[in-house]
Design a binder for this molecule. Structure first.
Ligand code: ZN
Ligand code: ZN
Length: 99
């Protein structure tokens, strides 16, 4: 199940205000690409971990580019699809890292 949860938020990693996603759910910062461990299923906000998700690499699956995350609190790995307005330099840097 996918719940749309498209809200503005202030990034806990870089402190910038991140606006709403143009078409989907805003699930990570467009500036530093960090996300937060808040979901069990995408968009449900049911996870009590609340740790920062650090972007550690990229994965391309079925033509979609996904950012691979590792939670700095619990170590769980998560993936988010790259947003069209993500910082392309940051995405490019990630693409050079082995996952
Ligand atoms: Zn950020
Ligand atoms: Zn976590």
């Amino acid at each position: 199940m996918f719940i749309t949860n498209n809200q503005e938020f202030v990034c806990e990693q870089c402190g910038k205000k991140v606006g709403k996603h143009p078409t989907s759910s805003r699930d990570h910062c467009t500036y530093c690409l960090y996300s937060k461990h808040v979901d069990v299923s995408p968009g449900d906000r049911q996870n009590r971990c609340q740790g920062l998700l650090q972007p550690i690499g990229l994965e391309i699956k079925e033509g979609k580019t996904q950012i691979v995350y590792q939670c700095i609190s619990c170590g769980e790995r998560k993936k988010n699809i790259v947003a069209p307005d993500d910082n392309q330099e940051m995405v490019l840097q990630l693409s050079t890292k082995p996952v």
